[in-house]
Structure formats: structure tokens, C-alpha cells
Ligand binder design. Structure first.
Ligand SMILES: [Cu+2]
Length: 156
């Protein structure tokens, strides 16, 4: 079993328990959607469709929002989701591994996942409205690979 599936209850607990106490270790803001990042994310979506056979947005009906990891970028770098949404991270790179780490919240880094359709990181955001920044363990410092989940009841 290669799935780097993180227990939902455990995530909710530690995200809430972390918070203010670790405010000193602030996660940088996710990158702006420059034309370069836009291009990377368009490519990431094409690769996703080739691997999985459907557009990533088509899982929204099931309450799943997909974030692709590609060329040191979370695509999209920022997602706004309704409470209760599951965010699924998949790696559509060629050979680099990536992780999902809610470091600021005091959470442990996920497993480092490879470009393999069997691997993913998934978390259900049964959490209070707010911003949940995260990093890629191996690349946040050197490549600025950071992202953010915003829980918002008014999300589309
Ligand atoms: Cu990475």
C-alpha cells in the first residue's frame, strides 16, 4: 500500500492544536500566478489528464479538489474550498518526489510521493474557516514550493 493517506481526524486535531504557538515559523505566501507559473500549471493539468483520463476538476462533484505537484509548483498554489472538502495532492512530475507538510500547524511531513498514479496525499478539511498554509518538504526552501488551502463556506 503506497498511499500516503493521512487520517482525517488526526489532521484536524493537530492543525487546531498547532496554530498560534508556532506562529514564529511562518510559512511563506504561495507564489503569484505569473505567466510562467500559469504555463507550468497548464502543463500539469495536461499531464494529469493523460495519466488519470479525466480533467482534475471533474472530481469536484465528489467533494474532491485536486492539487497537482509539478516542476516545484503546487497547481494551483492556492485553493479555496468549502468545509468538508477533500484535497487530493498528486505528483504529475517525471521523476521528482514531493510532499505535503502543514509545518506551521505543527503537523508532520507526509510521505514523499513519486509520479505514480497509485500514490497520493489526501486530507479532508473538516476544519474551521481560515487559511492553512503548507510546504513541500524537499523544495520549499530552495524552490519556493509552497501552497495554501483556504477553508471558506462561501467557496464556489
Ligand atoms: Cu516538491
Amino acid at each position: 500500500m503506497k498511499h500516503a493517506l493521512i487520517a482525517h481526524a488526526a489532521l484536524a486535531f493537530s492543525l487546531m492544536a498547532g496554530g498560534a504557538a508556532l506562529a514564529a515559523e511562518k510559512t511563506p505566501e504561495p507564489p503569484q500566478m505569473t505567466p510562467e507559473k500559469q504555463k507550468i500549471c497548464e502543463e500539469a493539468e495536461q499531464r494529469y489528464q493523460k495519466i488519470y483520463g479525466h480533467p482534475s476538476a471533474s472530481l469536484k462533484d465528489k467533494g474532491i479538489v485536486v492539487v497537482k505537484m509539478y516542476k516545484y509548483t503546487f497547481c494551483p498554489p492556492q485553493v479555496r474550498v468549502k468545509p468538508g472538502t477533500t484535497v487530493r495532492w498528486v505528483n504529475v512530475d517525471k521523476r521528482t518526489s514531493h510532499s505535503v507538510w502543514f509545518k506551521e500547524a505543527g503537523k508532520e511531513e507526509s510521505e514523499r510521493i513519486f509520479p505514480d498514479p497509485e500514490e497520493k496525499v489526501e486530507m479532508k478539511f473538516d476544519l474551521p474557516p481560515g487559511e492553512y498554509p503548507y510546504l513541500c518538504g524537499p523544495h520549499w526552501k530552495t524552490e519556493g514550493m509552497v501552497g495554501k488551502v483556504i477553508v471558506d463556506p462561501k467557496a464556489p
